[in-house]
Design a protein around this ligand. Structure first.
Ligand code: CAA
Length: 391
């Protein structure tokens, strides 16, 4: 019985900061961003948005289309957790009006968490094919101002309904796995911005490509020339091209440089203007690929998930014939295009904004335009509301 992605929807922040603004402010040649790292713009959250509001906004269209009845599990992956104990998924469960008879849990392993969630979801569905699992990847990539990582920031949430006999993508077995204990990127509990050793992180990523591919082969996976496209985790879009060139050389794929570029290019079209979204990034890559290529019915894709620290997984997936009828291409494009431009000063002010930690009442300005908002905090509790129901 095939199991995989039955529906996929994403949401991103209210604002967009063009890299041209960053280049002007810091006196950097714009080609470093456009060509060097392959980024043109980044999503920036409004003051009343966070991983919960984005996650609920991403999942709402799925619930609207399929109802809540068959969803018995919500797996929310993030590395931007808002609480050390309570799963952000419980807030999302409430905002979406899901039934009480649901299990909800949060998963973490840097940017890899959503792939773990997808695989765990597939296993749950294999055990009980009538149930569906809502998998949500939601993150805000945040680095220190004026650090090398700043230009790779971004934010997004991707929601996926995992089901038997899926309409969009069949997830295949086996997977190739790789774990190495390495400090390439991390965020201690007391920090709101990530720490990163940039060059080490790129090397670690490429080693993980090799390790996961090697295991994939040993587990009996497909030959490399069977794949019609390659989706990689995209901390910045140039990384996907670097990864694919590296894999092609390691796995002796005889494609020309142009063919290598073309196999990855469509997967980068959303990430290029949204920025890094950590757990969501690989699945934004998948959404972009499916929205921009029309020849994928029945064809196998390669998926590579990387989470610093590090854990990686390489797996194959087959695009379901007729899948295009189930895509949300117009909604996806609108999520990207309707963002409000923000200038450098506005972006910096939002970056420096912090929420109180002393438990006092704190109301947030009405700023974002998504269907849900963070109203504020009171007694150390976050308060969310559907925007339409706001009194
Ligand atoms: N025109 C064209 N290209 C230019 C240029 C110009 N004017 N100026 C620079 N470049 C090129 C450089 O040659 C370089 O290309 P190569 O990597 O192909 O050599 C590229 O632009 C970047 O230049 P630098 O290395 O000088 O840039 P930097 O010091 O600002 O750092 C970075 C780049 C290390 C990626 C930094 O942005 C960073 O630390 N990012 C966060 C960490 C990260 O994303 N790591 C990726 C792997 S880890 C992961 O995947 C998990 C995750 O999500 C974080």
């Amino acid at each position: 019985m095939p199991i995989g992605i039955h529906d996929l929807s994403f949401a991103t922040g209210h604002y967009v900061l063009e890299h041209a603004e960053l280049a002007r402010a810091y006196g950097v040649d714009i080609d470093k961003f456009h060509l060097g790292i392959g980024q043109e713009a980044m999503s920036v959250l409004a003051a009343d948005e966070d991983i919960v509001t984005m996650a609920a906004a991403a999942a709402q269209p799925i619930v609207d289309r399929h109802g809540t009845g068959d969803i018995r599990t919500v797996l929310l992956a993030t590395e931007t957790a808002v609480d050390q104990a309570k799963s952000a998924g419980v807030y999302v469960h409430s905002l979406l009006g899901l039934p009480a008879a649901t299990r909800v849990v949060e998963l973490k392993q840097a940017c890899y968490g959503a792939t773990a969630a997808l695989q765990f979801a597939a296993a749950l569905v294999a055990r009980e094919p009538s149930q569906r699992v809502l998998v949500i990847a939601t993150d805000v990539a945040r680095y220190d101002l004026e650090s090398p990582g700043e230009s790779t920031q971004g934010a997004a949430a991707v929601a996926m309904l995992v089901a038997a006999d899926p309409a969009i993508l069949r997830v295949e077995s086996p997977s190739g796995l790789f774990t190495a204990d390495i400090m390439d990127f991390w965020r201690p509990n007391y920090r709101s911005t990530a720490l990163v050793d940039g060059r080490t992180s790129i090397t670690a990523y490429l080693q993980a490509v090799e390790g996961a591919w090697k295991d994939y082969g040993e587990q009996g996976g497909r030959a490399i020339d069977e794949f019609s496209a390659f989706c990689y985790h995209q901390p910045f879009t140039k990384m996907a091209h670097k990864a694919h060139r590296h894999l092609a050389e390691f796995a002796s794929l005889a494609d020309t440089p142009n063919e290598l570029h073309t196999a990855v290019l469509p997967t980068t079209l959303y990430n290029r203007v949204i920025g890094n979204s950590y757990t969501a990034s690989l699945y934004l890559g998948l959404a972009a690929l499916l929205d921009h290529r029309t020849d994928l019915d029945g064809r196998p894709l390669a998926m590579f998930s990387y989470g610093s620290g590090s854990v990686a997984e390489f797996f194959g997936a087959t695009v379901v014939p007729g899948h295009r009828e189930h895509l949300r291409t117009a909604g996806n494009r609108s999520a990207v295009n309707r963002r409000t431009p923000i200038d450098f000063a506005g972006y910096r002010a939002l970056h420096e904004q912090t929420l109180p930690t002393d438990g006092r009442d704190h109301e947030l300005p009405v700023e974002g335009s998504g269907p849900f908002r963070l109203l504020g905090l009171s007694g150390h509790k976050r308060i969310y509301q559907a925007r339409a129901h706001r009194s």
